[in-house]
Ligand binder design. Structure first.
Ligand SMILES: Cc1cc2nc3c(=O)[nH]c(=O)nc-3n(C[C@H](O)[C@H](O)[C@H](O)COP(=O)(O)OP(=O)(O)OC[C@H]3O[C@@H](n4cnc5c(N)ncnc54)[C@H](O)[C@@H]3O)c2cc1C
Length: 422
């Protein structure tokens, strides 16, 4: 049995975490420090690649990282003071002072992976199913190995196998648009554009759609001028039929769970570059056109009726996925991991009670965040919005409103319209 155990006779909780991305590593590190006997199992066999994406961060995330001994310094992210809304003609339509640190998926991942014991991270381990064993659980893996544990945590993302087994009706619901994402090195951008791009969190609202961009550190973590990159996301209306074509590779194979960037048919990438040229101000068209490896992610809403069943708990996107306009996915995974570790630490020998409290609190939070994300998403003009959604969407599309709405936790939002959301 590949159980990763170190043979310690102390009555430690044995915890198996499925998914070795940010949520799994946060939980792994926190529970390891809380004294649990933890292993993390990731289906990808190699080191997870730099996914080339920026991550907006918030104080809750900083606090959890600091608790793990990770310093929130210049290497952690790029600190920006001001947000601006650009018109499609490139004019600044609104500005607002809103300090925020923008990090990258790669930096967060490397920081968490670097402090987690290497021998407890099992790469190339695909979880297949869980089996209840009294008040314990047996985790089965594709290679035939099994591990018995006190707790199994499904941190396996929006297409979670753990969730599919326990809550098969909880499936991601396509929101009607995708996010095209690009990242480009500072040196590849015109000098004329660099000042505005590297000083601001920028929003632009081409017809019916939404673009957001901000600077992040270079791939080596260097955030000094000349070494940075610009991260850009374009939320584009895309019908379900069109999405199916975009998720089909050149050999005709349809990738239902999302197509890998290198399999996207090049004509779709050419098309987005052409659209950037036609619809975006030159200062934002350039990063889109010059980004190597443009790719897209589908935008979905996902809700789960509960996060705990017996000795199995969900965490992060596996349980609830809110639209990225909230900028809260990693923060939510952080909040899940912190509360779970705190409760398990606070109630030794009372795992069922700790899990019940976790379930109640984080299910309520996850549901609220998904609702908030849907409300924020009304500013992308999908067909079929109700009259109320159109009214809210029009309000959110105002140049001075949009920069106060996105990537800000609702309790910190300057907008009254979100006060009721949490
Ligand atoms: C366009 C866009 C922009 C975003 N911007 C932000 C932002 O600015 N700020 C923010 O906080 N969040 C943002 N997010 C959300 C954020 O990326 C996610 O919420 C976060 O990555 C979820 O982490 P996770 O660990 O829960 O899941 P994932 O990162 O999806 O990890 C799941 C892991 O589980 C593994 N796995 C899956 N199945 C199995 C299996 N059967 N066995 C073993 N392993 C398995 C996968 O390989 C993967 O490594 C954004 C999302 C999108 C789409």
């Amino acid at each position: 049995m590949a159980d990763g155990s170190e043979g310690n006779a102390a009555p430690r909780q044995r915890v198996v975490i499925v998914g070795g991305s940010l949520g799994g590593l946060l939980a792994g590190n926190l529970l390891h420090r809380a004294g649990c006997d933890v292993t993390v199992h990731e289906r990808i066999g190699t080191e997870l690649a730099e996914r080339g994406v920026g991550i907006a961060t918030h104080p809750e995330l900083h606090a959890a990282f600091e608790r793990l001994g990770i310093t929130i310094d210049e290497a952690f992210g790029t600190r920006l003071e001001e947000r601006i809304t650009l018109g499609t003609d490139g004019q600044i339509l609104a500005r607002r002072r809103l300090p925020q640190i923008q990090s990258t998926w790669g930096h967060l991942y490397r920081s968490l992976r670097g402090i987690f014991p290497a021998e407890r991270y099992v790469a190339g381990a695909t979880f297949t199913r869980a089996e209840a064993q009294g008040d314990r659980v047996l985790a089965h893996f594709a290679d035939g190995s099994r591990i018995e544990a006190d707790l199994l945590i499904g941190a396996d993302g929006v297409r979670s196998t753990v969730r599919a087994q326990l809550w098969p009706d909880a499936v991601p619901e396509y929101a009607g648009y995708v996010a095209w994402r690009g990242i480009v090195e500072e040196e590849r951008l015109s000098a004329a554009h660099r000042d505005i791009l590297f000083e601001h969190f920028i929003v632009c609202l081409p017809p019916g759609e939404h673009v957001v961009g901000y600077p992040v550190a270079g791939a080596d973590g260097d955030g000094s001028p000349g070494r940075r990159r610009f991260n850009i996301v374009w939320y584009r209306l895309t019908t379900a039929e069109r999405l199916r074509e975009m998720q089909t590779d050149e050999s005709g194979h349809y990738h239902e769970a999302g197509i890998a960037p290198d399999l996207i048919v090049p004509s779709f990438v050419d098309e987005i570059r052409q659209a950037a040229e036609n619809l975006l101000p030159p200062v934002l068209a350039e990063p889109m056109i010059r980004s190597r490896g443009l790719f897209f992610q589908t935008i979905v809403d996902l809700e789960t009726p509960q996060m705990v069943e017996g000795s199995v708990a969900l965490l992060g996107d596996a349980a609830f996925a809110a639209r990225p306009h909230t900028g809260m996915g990693v923060v939510k995974a952080t909040g899940d991991a912190v509360l779970l570790a705190d409760l398990i630490g606070a109630y030794p020998g009372e795992l069922a009670y700790a899990l019940a409290r976790y379930d109640a609190e984080r299910t309520r939070y996850g549901r609220s965040l998904v609702r908030f994300g849907r409300r924020l998403g009304t500013h992308v003009e999908t067909p079929g919005r109700s009259a109320g959604e159109i009214e809210l969407g029009d309000y959110l599309r105002r140049p001075e409103t949009v920069i106060q709405a996105i990537s800000i936790p609702p309790p910190c939002s300057p907008l009254d319209v979100f006060r009721e959301d949490f």
